[in-house]
Design a protein around this ligand. Structure first.
Ligand SMILES: [Zn+2]
Length: 536
């Protein structure tokens, strides 16, 4: 007797091959039968006629680790069909921590919801705390290099000593022992940006010895994109571990077209025998904290020091000069004008949300640079922006490449409560249905089964996750049932807090989280420890 029989759907199994009509049988947490199951009795049945049955989607690049503390229902992700999220990206993870540098970590954090109290120190204690109350989605944790550096030396803008490198290596090794899957870096974010390639190679070596992988928000995504991709590949070669280039893009009009060259570098590295892949989100705008516009030195010592510094007119003048000055031949304004930067989150200055820096400046009688600096100070460094700076042709090229998978770079949000604030990038609500609807069905940039593969089997291969990302007997019952004719994103930049269309049933570890389009309140997701935990 089956617990659940999903009947008559088009099963696209995640391997990249075309789908076929089949029933899927689930018992407890596992898929136990695939095929014609007419004769099988089942406690529960779901009619999937006219719909696709796919493995639950794996969001290869997520920042939900912070937001899950505010809402464990993971609304904006589970409603896209995401059943597993890879978190701890771009150098940011909530653990490990050191008591003396806790305030630095809070300042560094992408978003600290009410209720996130940092009572943990180790990755083990953190994961136990997260897992304890359950989540709607499964969680795969990476350890952030920025977090490791803060736990070791705070926000210091200098090279680590030999002892400090050893401490970072030790913390990372212990983090992987505790269940994390690898190391992430954010090389545009202080203090990660203070690190040399040699430091990254040394720290990453501790992950390599435990079979972890390296995910990087690389050091430049504009004028210096290709050097930055080369640096990521070099870390893989020298530290001997797989490399995941995060949210591949060529930012700024003068750099459009460079994604082709970046993909050629990745192909070249693969031909050399290195395991290099990348992920992408299906939008032509990016999003990050507003303070990322500032030169590196302005963030030295952490956010409080930064806010204090920005009060000095001479500092402001120096920032204005540096933003106007070309770096590698391009200034910020050559790459992207103020009119292409929209404020997406500014809880103390709600008037600014949804507006461009050019408009905000004009309305306040300020130069846009001063409007930006004022916002950074008013929000104590926690404001977010959306940058309209990417090329559609680059995006299509990345989506079509065989070793590029899908990652939202977003978080699990909700249209209500604390997480419904602001006008966040729509990727947190629309990434997966947008690939299926806009890029597979409408634009035919890739086939439906390729699109599903990039959300399931391919990230599972990157992770070494044998029992998910695929529909076969013995796999975990993480499943999504969607209507291929209707599936699509509805979230926009103007109106981002909107769930997608066409995804009515989502199952995590054998239990419905979305049923007939409604959240059941069930929290069957769990923290997935890496398969190599305790192997050293
Ligand atoms: Zn990033």
């Amino acid at each position: 007797m089956l617990d659940l029989k999903i009947e008559g759907g088009l099963v696209i199994d995640g391997t990249g091959t075309a789908g076929g009509r089949a029933d899927v049988g689930v018992r407890d947490e596992e898929i136990v039968a695939v095929g014609n199951l007419d004769r099988e009795a089942a406690g529960n049945r779901l009619n999937a006629a006219g719909r696709v049955v796919a493995p639950g989607f794996i969001d290869m690049h997520s920042h939900s680790d912070w937001r899950l503390w505010a809402n464990r229902r993971a609304e904006s992700k589970i409603r896209q069909g995401v059943t597993t999220e890879v978190v701890g990206n771009c150098g940011f993870s909530p653990a490990p921590t050191a008591t003396e540098f806790l305030d630095d970590l809070r300042g560094f954090a992408l978003y600290v919801p009410r209720g996130m109290d940092f009572h943990w120190r180790s990755v083990a204690d953190y994961l136990t705390a997260l897992d304890g109350e359950g989540t709607a989605v499964n969680v795969i944790q990476l350890v952030g290099h920025g977090t490791l550096r803060i736990a070791t030396m705070g926000f210091a803008r200098r090279a680590p000593s030999t002892a400090e490198v050893s401490r970072m290596q030790g913390l990372l090794a212990q983090g992987i022992e505790d269940g994390a899957w690898g190391l992430s870096t954010g090389l545009i974010y202080a203090p990660g940006s203070y690190a040399t390639t040699e430091e990254i190679v040394q720290v990453a070596g501790a992950a390599a010895r435990r079979r972890g992988f390296y995910a990087s928000h690389i050091r430049g995504e504009g004028a210096t994109l290709l050097d930055a991709v080369r640096e990521a590949i070099r870390v893989g070669r020298e530290a001997e571990l797989p490399v995941q280039v995060s949210h591949l893009k060529a930012a700024g009009r003068p750099n459009w077209g460079k994604v082709a060259e970046a993909l050629a570098l990745i192909d070249g590295a693969r031909a050399e025998g290195l395991d290099v892949m990348a992920d992408v989100y299906p939008y032509t705008a990016s999003s990050t904290t507003l303070r990322t516009l500032l030169p590196d030195w302005a963030l030295e010592g952490g956010l409080d020091a930064m806010v204090k510094r920005l009060g000095d007119p001479e500092v402001r003048e120096r920032i204005r000069r540096e933003l106007a000055a070309p770096v590698t031949g391009q200034s910020l304004l050559d790459r992207i004008g103020w009119e292409n930067i929209m404020i997406s989150y500014a809880p103390r200055r709600k008037d600014a949300e949804g507006k461009r820096l050019s408009e905000i400046g004009a309305a306040r009688g300020l130069d846009p640079v001063d409007a930006a600096l004022e916002l950074i100070v008013d929000e104590a460094g926690k404001a977010y922006m959306i940058l309209f700076q990417l090329d559609e042709a680059d995006l299509r090229r990345a989506l079509a490449h065989p070793h590029i998978m899908i990652g939202s770079d977003g978080s699990a949000l909700a249209p209500y409560g604390e997480l419904g604030a602001g006008k966040p990038h729509p990727r947190s609500y629309g990434t997966f249905p947008r690939v299926l609807g806009e890029y597979a069905r409408e634009q035919r940039v890739l086939s439906l089964s390729q699109a599903v593969h990039k959300m399931t089997g391919l990230p599972a291969r990157r992770l070494g996750l044998g029992t998910r990302g695929v529909i076969r007997v013995g796999a975990k019952a993480d499943l999504v049932v969607f209507d291929p004719k209707r599936v699509g994103d509805l979230a926009t930049y103007e109106d981002p807090h909107r769930y997608p269309a066409g995804i009515e049933d989502v199952i995590v570890n054998g239990r419905f989280v979305i049923k007939n389009g409604e959240h059941t309140g069930s929290l069957p997701g769990r923290v997935l420890p890496s398969p190599w935990r305790g192997s050293s």
